[in-house]
Write a protein that binds this ligand. Structure first.
Ligand code: SR1
Ligand code: MG
Length: 418
């Protein structure tokens, strides 16, 4: 099939030509199509049958450019090939938290999937101050269950290297290398500053050598440590949820990288929300304490549960296929020490990458609505300064935190819960 960019007008004709999707709709002549993509890269269509709206799908299509910038910024459509492969991996290891895939086409660079119409994008929901009681439990499961199986603790060297090869994703990695790990820390032309930002604010991130060394180390880790198949962009805009269910979407940035990058993306976004809600809860007419307390609790539970689940997966794998390596009287002590040291290494990376994911949202091109849509610029700047203060300590002292509780204590030291 030859690639063509879909539009709301051409979606029904495309579906009529796709046999596996036809079974979902009893009548293909009465479809309602709406373009709903609010991400930075792709187009997303919601399709419903007018008389039977429960017959519905979502189509996500990559276009040959970066949507946030436009056609002047070419970006190859192969990102959808990575997304399709990653969705298959996530479906295999964590089906409860991945939308059902009905059809995919690398020719058309698209995927047709479950319309999560009882769920909404987590960022928008959190901006409105909604609580998700199961979030930590679900995301920690997603992380532990999708990451562990592609580590060298689980795969043979040959299997792993073959899979690393299938996930060499240079274009989207370059976006992260530039927009997360380089440009925000220099006065780059792609950065965006609002009117209240002072030269001293810019210098705070862009002329601090200790900080820049630490960020450069995180970038090197990102580019060189092929620890596991990552989602690659696990911010809270890549999650759809309601009170009971959580789905992870949009894995087009998937590649083999450092595990802490995924864990840190999620936890860093929680801290962004924590700081934003110092202002936002008041905008909503509420006292900040309760909601911000829930955010910090979610950060703590996510890390602690992730750690426990990752370790449990590792132990279960070793029990299924015991290795002769630990087969000696004190072998189990050695194995436990290895797990502990590896998880501490992931924790250190998690903190460092969470910090970068926070800082990139302040001056970088792609903002987060939690902060960027605070209308009072002085209040927004106050939030941004808190984010930068915390992130700086995190990335520079990432090796000195002993527990997630120490990290949430730092968040509160910079901005008390109320
Ligand atoms: C310039 S592209 C901006 C961002 O959108 C994606 O969601 C990734 O986070 C990327 O860095
Ligand atoms: Mg995305």
């Amino acid at each position: 099939m030859e690639y063509r960019q879909l539009s709301p007008e051409t979606v029904p004709g495309f579906l009529k030509d796709s046999p596996s999707v036809q079974q979902i709709f009893s009548n293909l002549d009465d479809l309602e199509v709406e373009e709903v993509g609010d991400g930075n890269l792709n187009f997303v269509y919601k399709v419903r049958q007018r008389k039977n709206p429960e017959q519905t799908v979502v189509i996500k299509q990559a276009v040959p450019f970066l949507r946030i910038v436009g056609e002047s910024w070419p970006l190859s459509r192969t990102r959808m090939n990575f997304e399709i492969q990653a969705l298959e991996h996530h479906t295999k290891y964590c089906p409860h938290h991945v939308p059902k895939i009905y059809y995919s086409s690398t020719d058309m660079s698209l995927v047709v999937m479950q319309n999560l119409n009882r769920h909404a994008v987590l960022r928008g929901e959190m901006i409105q101050g909604k609580v998700f009681p199961e979030l930590a439990e679900h995301i920690s499961s997603f992380l532990a269950n999708t990451l562990f199986p592609t580590t060298d603790w689980c795969m043979t060297g040959g299997e792993k290297k073959a899979m690393v090869g299938r996930f060499i994703n240079p274009e989207l990695c370059k976006i992260t290398e530039d927009f997360v790990l380089t440009n925000p820390y220099e006065d780059h032309e792609t950065n965006v500053y609002h009117d209240e930002v002072t030269q001293a604010d810019k210098d705070y991130l862009q002329q601090d050598s200790q900080l820049k060394v630490a960020v450069a180390e995180m970038k090197f880790t990102f580019m060189n440590h092929s620890e596991a198949l990552l989602h690659g962009d696990l911010h809270i805009g890549s999650i759809m949820a309601n009170e009971e269910e959580t789905y992870v979407i949009d894995p087009e940035f998937a590649f083999f990288g450092p595990i802490g990058f995924d864990v840190g993306a999620f936890i860093g976004n929680l801290f962004l929300a924590y700081y934003a809600h110092e202002v936002r809860q008041k905008m909503l007419g509420r006292e900040p304490f309760e909601y911000r307390n829930w955010i910090l609790r979610t950060a703590k539970e996510t890390w602690n549960q992730f750690q426990a689940k990752f370790e449990a997966n590792w132990v279960a794998h070793e029990q299924d296929a015991p290795s002769s390596y630990w087969n000696y009287p004190e072998g189990q002590i050695g194995f436990a020490l290895q797990r502990q040291r590896f998880l501490h290494h992931i924790f250190e990376d998690t903190i460092g990458f969470a910090a970068c994911k926070m800082m990139r949202r302040i001056y970088g091109l792609a903002k987060v609505a939690d902060i960027a849509e605070i209308p009072d610029l002085k209040a927004r700047l106050g939030v941004e300064r808190n984010v930068m203060r915390m992130a700086k300590v995190m990335v520079q002292q990432r090796g000195s935190f002993r527990s997630i509780e120490e990290l949430t204590a730092l968040a509160q030291e910079i901005s008390p819960l109320r």
